[in-house]
Design a protein. Structure first.
Length: 94
């Protein structure tokens, strides 16, 4: 990943990551809620089909990591996506 080093990481050590088959399938989410305390950000992902919804995943991040994710990782990848596939047009809520 070309952005790895730009975020201050080095590629000196390989990390073996284990994942359960169920986790590799992923979860679809059409709604997200963010809450926070001084110590952490909590991202709750939901699948909502009115009149009800189900939480499909919860991710808890340190504030500094959350900031890096938003400012660097998400914005870099959004830019790459739009360069490749075109600008994402946001649908306005009525």
């Amino acid at each position: 990943m070309e952005d790895f080093e730009s975020l201050g990481f080095t590629k000196k050590k390989a990390i073996q990551v284990n994942a359960r088959d169920e986790d590799l399938k992923g979860n679809y989410s059409n709604l997200m809620q963010i809450t926070h305390t001084q110590e952490e950000f909590v991202l709750d992902f939901f699948f909502v089909v009115p009149p009800q919804g189900t939480i499909v995943s919860r991710v808890i991040l340190h504030p500094a990591h959350f900031k890096r994710m938003v400012q660097d990782v998400f914005m870099i990848n959004l830019k790459k996506y739009e360069e490749k596939f075109g600008e994402i047009i946001e649908k306005k809520n009525d």
